[in-house]
Design a protein around this ligand. Structure first.
Ligand code: G6P
Length: 479
């Protein structure tokens, strides 16, 4: 698997992301190995980059081992080391203790620490310097997500010849919340180093443009920002997606069908299986979802003899306080619900704190009559789209939070407000009792939407927009 990337400054397409698409792990027998990294960013970008022979700069996960660049199935991977202090201050601290809650509507309280900010700057500088080193003349560099928001401006300073794109995978908050950030101006200026700043939704792009006008004082018109040096920056929506065909094919495969059957058998062949799959994160609304479901069981609308809720929570950011507390809360809640409502061999909630490979995920999607996705706030939510892609028989009900980015596209889902427990209960019941014809009508429409807007469309749209930026970065086009 390991081969050295030959020479520097030769890559025509470079991704800069906090994480590499693979994570360095220690196998059970103590030997080092690799595993696909968690989260939506990698899920979306990996297939695109493999088919483009790009270079990917990122952190291989919690290890302080220095690693040489290597090529993995046509993709040059350039590992960046984070020191233990940087993991604490840049990654767990500023990225996931400050920006993550702030950008998700402050559903948890963001912490503001000056040392965290300093570390964020240092790490962004190092990633920008690496990109400047590996990018060929006139190359395209595509910077990803909230951990890297200063890279565009830092990189432009070092390499004005590059086309620079930035895409934010998480929500961009309303000005009223963003304003809390002591370093709000630096973040906005960091992003303005890009030619195109992409968001999941038009609302995020509008929030950004408004903030730039109010806080930085640049002139703006619709989606365009006019900088004093004559350069223009475009802010636009590029809703991310999944590899629809890959998921559908996986779901149709014999081994996934078998596994889906096995899963239902192992649960005692219930009539109805409901499913939730999330990173274990306080933005995902896992607690209100299982509370709503448990009340439906308690009230007699569902019977544990013939219905089960499978909840998979993928371990995530386990050293961050809020994530630890959430895990304990969910453990306790699920334990209490099963203690109160379960019967021998029949838990109300079948709970797994574990991450599974794609094959097992596809089998779970196939085994589930209903998928329940109820984040308080989510940039997109690819799990909802994966479920849709796997339901090739046009059956299966999707219950979806109106606060997930995906709700703008998946209009035919049963939409819910995760803050409204009674509303959620009523909607879950509606979805469970819907006529098969109704379920099919909705699923068919959603499948069409995801099929026609898959991840390669997303990447093509973004990269085409970036390619059409004039070589002088718009400097000759005046408002
Ligand atoms: C979300 C973020 C990604 C992040 C992923 C996993 O999808 O948008 O940037 O990589 O979560 O989180 P982690 O902290 O493990 O990288």
């Amino acid at each position: 698997r390991v081969a050295t990337v030959n020479g520097n400054g030769t890559a025509d397409l470079v991704i800069v992301a906090n994480r590499l698409p693979v994570d360095r792990v220690t196998e059970a027998d103590g030997t080092p190995g690799w595993r696909k990294s968690p989260g939506g960013l990698v899920t979306a970008l990996e297939p695109v980059m493999r088919s483009n022979d790009g270079a990917w700069i990122g952190w291989p996960g919690s290890t302080d081992e220095e690693m040489e660049p290597f090529v993995d199935e046509g993709l040059s991977l350039i590992p960046m080391t984070l020191s233990p202090a940087e993991i604490e201050e840049h990654y767990e601290g500023f990225s996931n203790g400050t920006l993550w809650p702030l950008y998700h509507d402050v559903v948890a309280k963001p912490a503001f620490h000056r040392e965290w900010w300093d570390s964020y700057v240092t790490v962004n500088e190092r990633f920008a310097a690496k990109a400047a080193q590996v990018a060929a003349k006139g190359a395209t560099v595509w910077v990803q997500d909230y951990q890297m928001q200063l890279v565009p401006a830092m990189l432009r300073e070092l390499r004005p010849d590059l086309r620079i794109g930035f895409f934010l995978h998480i929500p961009f908050p309303p000005a009223e919340l963003f304003q809390q950030l002591p370093w709000r101006r630096q973040i906005l200026e960091g992003l303005l180093g890009a030619d195109i700043v992409g968001f999941q939704l038009a609302g995020g792009a509008a929030n950004f443009v408004r903030l730039v006008r109010q806080r930085v004082g640049h002139k703006t018109h619709r989606d365009t920002i006019y900088l004093p040096d004559g350069r223009t920056v475009r802010a636009a929506a590029f809703p991310i997606s999944i590899d629809f065909t890959e998921f559908e094919e996986l779901a149709r495969s014999e081994s996934v069908s078998q596994r889906a059957k096995q899963i239902r058998e192992a649960l005692g062949d219930p009539e109805t299986v409901l499913l939730g799959i999330d990173r274990l994160d306080y933005t995902k609304g896992i607690t209100p979802r299982i509370r709503a479901y448990s009340e439906l069981v308690r009230d007699g609308h569902f019977d544990v003899e013939d219905t089960v809720f499978i909840q998979v929570a993928t371990p995530s950011r386990e050293r961050v306080d809020q994530y630890r507390a959430l895990r304990d809360d969910i453990d306790r809640l699920v334990g209490r619900i099963n203690g109160d409502l379960g019967k021998i061999g029949r838990p109300a909630i079948s709970y797994m704190h574990s991450s599974y490979p794609r094959h097992e995920m596809a089998a779970l999607y196939r085994a589930a009559d209903m998928m329940v996705v109820t984040p308080y706030r989510d940039g997109m939510n690819l799990v909802a789209k994966e479920y849709v892609a796997c339901r090739y028989e046009n059956d299966g009900a999707l219950v979806l939070s109106e606060f997930a980015g995906a709700a703008e596209e998946l209009r035919q889902a049963w939409q819910v407000n995760p803050y409204d427990i009674n509303g959620m209960k009523a909607t879950i019941l509606d979805a469970a009792r819907a006529e098969p014809k109704e379920v099919t009508r909705r699923m068919r429409a959603m499948r069409k939407q995801v099929r026609e807007n898959d991840v390669s469309q997303w990447a093509i749209r973004f990269l085409d927009a970036l390619a059409s930026v004039p070589h002088d970065h718009g400097k000759t086009v005046r408002p």
